[in-house]
Unconditional design. Structure first.
Length: 212
């Protein structure tokens, strides 16, 4: 680099640590243009029965097959299990991934769970107080009953930690089965009208809201 082989906007770079804005700067090496890969932020509505891995040993479809080929270098921020659906982010920004997955940042995520049987208020109170299950504590920041019948209930949960299969294990601790699980919000960003299997890029204000 110090040999002057690299140039930014036609000016040779003669010192280490020079900063480049991939959206505006033209970078060349030995006079040849170089594509600088900028940071990308994508919101995807993951359908059920799709995995978040790049490849699946059982040949199941992956979320990467839903993206344009040139975006398959992105990585998912956290995961949704095979049968779960809803909002998931993909990015190449390690800082964003850390903020959304590390418990110390407390980025809240909101879910809708369709559960077998009628859910009572005392069960939801146990969730917000915290329950122990499989030698681990699980707790919802908020829990409310959206609707209920004798056959099934719709429950909205807000979580901050993002433990593995946390919503399902909360209900399993009370011997309840989740029939459908959908993540509808991460931080301030809602799933909205994004259809299953479709994606959109995040706006600048949305990105700033996540990076704090």
């Amino acid at each position: 680099m110090l040999g002057g082989r690299v140039a930014v906007n036609g000016k040779a770079v003669l010192e280490l640590g020079a900063k480049v804005d991939p959206r505006h700067d033209e970078v060349t090496v030995d006079g040849q243009p170089v594509r600088v890969r900028g940071k990308m932020y994508v919101a995807l509505n993951k359908p059920p029965r799709v995995v978040c891995s790049r490849q699946d040993e059982f040949g199941r479809p992956t979320i990467y097959e839903l993206l344009p080929k040139e975006w398959r270098h992105l990585h998912s921020v956290g995961r949704l299990d095979y049968n779960s659906e809803g909002l998931i982010f993909l990015t190449n920004d390690g800082e964003l991934s850390l903020r959304l997955t590390h418990p110390r940042y407390g980025i809240r995520k909101k879910y809708l769970a369709t559960v077998e049987g009628k859910v009572e208020g005392d069960l939801l109170q146990r969730f917000t107080h915290g329950v122990w299950y499989q030698d681990e504590e699980f707790r919802a920041e908020k829990a409310r009953l959206v609707s209920a019948s004798h056959s099934q209930s719709l429950v909205e949960l807000e979580l901050a930690e993002g433990k593995y299969r946390e919503v399902r294990r909360l209900f399993e601790s009370q011997t309840r089965t989740v029939k459908r699980l959908q993540r509808i919000q991460i931080g301030k960003i809602k799933l909205g009208e994004l259809r299953p299997g479709k994606w959109r890029t995040l706006t600048e204000p949305e990105i700033k809201s996540l990076l704090g």
